[in-house]
Design a protein around this ligand. Sequence first.
Ligand code: GLU
Length: 281
Amino acid sequence: MIRTRFAPSPNGPLHLGHAYAAIVAHDLARARGGECLLRIEDIDGTRSRAELVPEIMADLAWLGLAWDGAPVFQSRRLAAYAEAGERLKALGLLYPCQCTRAEIAAAARETGPDGPVYPGTCRSRPADPRGAAWRLDMAKAVALAGPLEWRDERAGLQRAAPERFGDVVLLRKEAPASYHLAATLDDAADGITLVTRGADLFAATDVHRLLQVLLGLPVPVWHHHALLVEPDGRKLAKRRGSPALADRRLAGEDGTALARALREGRFPAGISLGQGLHGEA
Ligand code: GLU
């Protein structure tokens, strides 16, 4: 049986792009007689807003989407993230990093899928774990794991190249685990067999595939869907004025009619489905 998930971060209100992602996860599971889980990714200490969680639930119910089982919350799984971090430290694959964002931007020589690639400043410094973020020693990890592949239902077999990301942060100063570590552990813990999410996270899957090998986790199949985009090709974002689902709901709009329109590819004026499968959508 397949199991998918929709995994919003309550960092801002949901908009149409989230509605579309939720529908993809939900409908793929339903069409194949599987299950779909709702996971709240609420561990970004600086951005996560607990008061948005009931709004998110209400938005999804308004769209007519129902989930299997109770929603799961990342904030209740901090011990599992810490334990995985300890295992990676014991393998000698993590090192503490004290660099600030500004220092990294100034010293970075390359840009990866997520922005400036960490130049490795702290890799060779004497380890000072106080108030540090912990980075993955990517070269070491890749050498240990060997060549890796993963499969996307739409894009086919992919050869992973996580080294493009450089030494990613796995344990953060202000949050217990980075997105890469938490999402990878959760997909395994939740028994997700088909990871559905937007094409903007396509490249990140290379890192997740690497973490699966390092942590001995099962390997799902992925389904990266195209993103809803604005006329300039950029993905929808609340800060650029994409209306919140909650505003539409409170204005009395019919949520199931909206969900039907999104399923049928009828999007509001100016919004379309991007073509990119690899995050350029
Ligand atoms: N929480 C992520 C987001 O809202 C989704 C992560 C995922 O689906 O893997 O963008």
